[in-house]
Write a protein that binds this ligand. Structure first.
Ligand SMILES: *[C@@H]1O[C@H](CO)[C@@H](O)[C@H](O)[C@H]1NC(C)=O
Ligand SMILES: *[C@@H]1O[C@H](CO)[C@@H](O)[C@H](O)[C@H]1NC(C)=O
Ligand SMILES: *[C@@H]1O[C@H](CO)[C@@H](O)[C@H](O)[C@H]1NC(C)=O
Length: 191
């Protein structure tokens, strides 16, 4: 699918020798010159929360057709779809590789015969091969440190109604959510 889409882009580019636009540029092309009616229609669809995702797709297509930008919309949609597929591929790949990366990270960090600097160097080296996975695991460990602080600090969740600001409320929600990650502190099975 991805290949097909890229080939189509390549073909279009060769035929028209038009510059290849990024997803964002493709979107700007569309939104630059929208009439106010087209803008209103756009937001009416965007904020209609009774529409299913499939209905949204249909509505966007009808909208583009109605306002004479079907070709630009198709180009934008194809790029967005290709980007989403690429994202999915990356996530699936990273999930498959996470257990190995986790095992290797554990091996590195549990070797007590290294200086902190050597640990850092070994992790950097691992990251050359497992960039995405090591980044994810480091992010996860940051989340767990937050969680630890919460548990070891004996901090109770901020009571509803006591918040003095929206920021504090968001922090409370965030911290309460982090609390649920306690289960992750039990080391998972190694592969
Ligand atoms: C937007 O409109 C301007 C002025 O009519 C035009 O020069 C420009 O090419 C249009 N841009 C797009 C992306 O259609
Ligand atoms: C949302 O979409 C449905 C289906 O097209 C339509 O019947 C309804 O009037 C829309 N709601 C709003 C608020 O526009
Ligand atoms: C993501 O990739 C998997 C495996 O190739 C596939 O089964 C799934 O349908 C994809 N999901 C999306 C949203 O593309």
């Amino acid at each position: 699918m991805l290949l097909t889409i890229s080939s189509v882009f390549l073909l279009v580019q060769l035929v028209a020798s038009a510059p290849v636009l990024t997803v964002r540029e493709e979107m700007e092309q569309i939104f630059q010159n929208l009439t106010s009616e087209a803008q209103e229609d756009y937001f009416a669809i965007l904020f209609n929360d009774t529409l299913t995702l499939r209905e949204l797709d249909e509505k966007w297509d009808q909208w583009a057709e109605k306002h004479g930008i079907a070709d630009k919309w198709a180009a934008y949609s194809a790029k967005w779809l290709a980007r989403r597929e690429k994202f999915n591929e990356t996530v699936i790949l990273a999930m498959g590789r996470l257990p190995s990366a986790y095992r290797m990270m554990n091996e590195i960090t549990s070797n007590r015969d290294q200086t902190i600097q050597e640990v850092g160097e070994a992790l950097d080296k691992l990251q050359e091969t497992y960039y995405m996975e090591v980044s994810m695991l480091m992010y996860l460990s940051k989340v767990m440190v937050l969680n630890e602080e919460q548990i070891m600090g004996g901090e109770r969740p901020v009571e509803v109604g006591n918040e003095v600001s929206e920021d504090l409320r968001r922090m409370r929600d965030y911290k309460n959510k982090m609390r649920g990650l306690k289960a992750l502190l039990v080391p998972g099975p190694l592969v």
